[in-house]
Design a protein around this ligand. Structure first.
Ligand SMILES: [Zn+2]
Ligand SMILES: [Zn+2]
Length: 158
């Protein structure tokens, strides 16, 4: 898992961003919080807290939930609601500097990231900007998720 993670310099920039955000909220970048951020960066996809703990037995369950809540409050971590038993978490687009969408399986709750080509993304943005204008809404970003059945669930239900 470590081999596919971000490069060291990327990780340091990420840590600096997270430290700044925690500091603005009078929170410390503790070892436990740092480990969660590192694990989320290494995994690179939305995961549940039990999945993160399985990836690092040194992380305690109760502190992982508490620390994840703090990281969510300061905009470092985003919670993705799916049909699974556990919420899934990922580093926010704000700290990762990269925009994407989700494929959400409504049977098992699995969540995968996907991106679309720049011209498609631009077309989505243009269409949504029109909606915002018509609704007197000040849009700052969009979320676009596909909900359905993952390949694993499709093959076991047939
Ligand atoms: Zn599934
Ligand atoms: Zn988009």
């Amino acid at each position: 898992m470590r081999a596919v993670g971000p490069k060291r310099e990327d990780l340091e920039a990420l840590h600096e961003e997270v430290r700044d955000r925690l500091r603005s909220a009078d929170q410390l970048f503790t070892t436990g919080r740092r480990r969660l951020v590192e694990l989320l960066a290494e995994v690179g996809r939305p995961v549940t807290i039990p999945q993160l703990i399985a990836a690092d037995s040194g992380v305690a369950l109760s502190s992982a939930y508490r620390n994840m809540a703090v990281l969510e409050q300061v905009g470092v971590v985003a919670r993705i609601v799916s049909s699974g038993e556990h919420a899934r978490f990922e580093l926010t687009e704000a700290v990762m500097g990269h925009h994407h969408h989700h494929l959400i399986c409504s049977t098992c709750g699995r969540v995968d990231d996907f991106t679309v080509p720049d011209d498609v993304e631009q077309a989505i943005e243009d269409a949504l900007a029109e909606v915002a204008t018509d609704s007197d809404f000040l849009a700052s970003s969009h979320r676009l998720d596909l909900v359905g059945t993952c390949v694993g669930c499709a093959s076991t239900s047939g």
